[in-house]
Design a protein around this ligand. Structure first.
Ligand code: PEP
Ligand code: CO
Length: 463
């Protein structure tokens, strides 16, 4: 087990991919020095607790919902946005938990998701070329030379924005906002106000009866009123993640304290690269994104590198294959990882393999295609006898128009109405809940086909 954190110099010597190019070295040094003095954003013990829950996901005893913005922005750190995001995620989790009859582990893409990898360093508009937007952690979205300069002081804004967000999230999930009865009433509203199929109305009514039964059984108010909710983001920026990597005083081992779960992205998962090197040294639960170009040998090498001790809950493999590819590309990766003897949490990201641009230049994704990738993911796991452990979704709690399709039948002409994302197109609130209802049905079928009876299969335990 690693006990030291590699130095920043060592990490940069590996040619860290997707890093900013700061024009002002002294400002960078000052920002990093200040970050190193700041308290951790999360406690290592919380990361351990999440790891234990992800171990349940990997073992087929829980389902993971990881969701939130593609790119958080400083301007969007408002009570309304945070509340709406939490609201849609909790709504989805209730539906999924009822259908799967296993605990849903709720992990937000939140409180740290401020840096974006980009395919191109430069962006050209009307003959003007500027550095690409790399997330509020690096530069500004406005298409001006001033905004697009890489500014290291933004790293402190990431810290402050993440702290403010986490603070409200913690208050919400412990303070009664997440009460099961309230969350269910949001879902009931969705079913009433949207033109959903009759079967979803029935599902919502079933949940209501199940809740009445729980309450009649005397389930404690605490169990109904509070939930666990974790923060995750892509660990992209070396300076930021390194400054918040700390030695845990309990165990003397390193943890990333910028979030509970940190993941390495599709563009930065080079086996001998800086990102893998840094994450390998931390004890947090880790995510690895794998796209269609991942070979079985890559998958095997990455899981062995990031999880040398085959530790339960350490790894979540987030596959983002594309709807047309998932059924062929996923099975060899699952087989390669399973052959190492590891049980990882398999999670489907149906967003990043299915992005396209409309004729009018909007980046979008189509709800039926997103669903098709999820369906393919379930098909593959059913075929191989492995557990489809969860989904990873880009969404917002607001009524944006960024993805086409879904219950309100948004089409390409609707995208201009409320297209607000700073990066990739997100499902809006109703599309998110609708996806949860689709998933619920699929989970139920799969569980029935496997003959799992959760009541008999699992020991009573604290959920
Ligand atoms: C993302 O999750 O926003 C992202 C950039 O994903 P990927 O690394 O899978 O492309
Ligand atoms: Co994205």
């Amino acid at each position: 087990m690693p006990t030291t954190i590699p130095t920043l110099t060592d990490l940069h010597a590996r040619g860290a991919a997707q890093q900013p190019t700061y024009p002002d070295a002294a400002a960078l040094e000052a920002a990093v020095a200040e970050l190193r003095q700041r308290p951790p954003l999360v406690f290592a013990g919380e990361a351990d607790e999440l790891k234990a829950r992800i171990a349940d996901v990997a073992a087929g005893r829980a389902f993971l919902l990881q969701a939130g913005d593609c790119a958080e922005t400083f301007g969007n750190v408002t009570a309304t946005n945070i509340r709406n995001s939490l609201r849609v995620q909790l709504s989805m989790a209730v539906v999924l938990q009822y259908a799967s009859q296993v605990p849903v582990v709720k992990v937000g893409r939140i409180a740290g998701q401020y840096a974006k990898p980009r395919s191109n360093d430069l962006e050209t508009r009307d003959g003007v070329t500027l550095p690409s937007y790399r997330g509020d952690a690096v530069n500004g979205l406005d298409f001006t030379p001033e905004a697009r300069v890489h500014d290291p002081r933004r790293l402190l804004d990431v810290y402050n924005s993440s702290a403010a967000t986490l603070n409200l999230v913690r208050a919400f999930v412990n303070g009664g906002f997440a009460d099961l009865r309230t969350v269910h009433s949001w879902n009931a509203d969705f079913v009433r106000s949207s033109n959903v199929e009759e079967k979803y109305t029935r599902l919502s009514e079933e949940i209501e009866r199940a809740m009445a039964f729980m309450i009649a059984c005397g389930v404690s108010d605490d169990a109904l009123r509070t939930v666990h909710f974790w923060a995750s983001h892509e660990a992209l920026l070396m300076e930021y993640e390194h400054a918040l990597a700390r030695i845990d005083s309990r165990t003397g081992t390193p943890y990333g304290t910028s979030g509970h779960l940190l993941w390495v992205g599709e563009r930065t998962r080079q086996l001998d690269g800086a990102h893998v090197e840094l994450l390998a040294s931390l004890r947090n639960p880790l995510g690895i994104k794998m796209g269609p170009s991942t070979t079985p040998a890559d998958a095997r090498a990455l899981v062995e590198r990031l999880d040398p001790d085959a530790e339960p809950g350490r790894l979540t493999v987030i596959t983002r294959m594309g709807a047309g590819t998932v059924r062929d590309a996923l099975p060899p990766l699952i087989e390669a990882v399973e052959a190492t003897g590891r049980k990882v949490a398999w999670v489907c990201d149906p967003m990043h393999g299915n992005t396209y641009a409309t004729e009018r230049g909007y980046k979008t994704r189509s709800f039926p295609v997103i669903w098709d990738e999820v369906d393919g993911f379930f098909d593959v796991h059913a075929e191989l006898g492995t557990w489809p452990g969860g989904v990873h979704i880009e969404l917002t709690g607001n009524d944006v128009t960024e993805c086409v399709g879904g219950v309100h039948e948004l089409d390409e002409a609707d995208l201009a109405t409320r297209y607000e994302t700073a990066c990739d197109p997100r499902l809006n609130r109703d599309q998110g809940i609708e996806l949860a209802f689709y998933l619920a049905e699929r989970l139920r079928e799969d569980i029935a086909r496997r003959g799992i009876n959760p009541v008999q299969a699992f020991e009573p335990r604290e959920l």
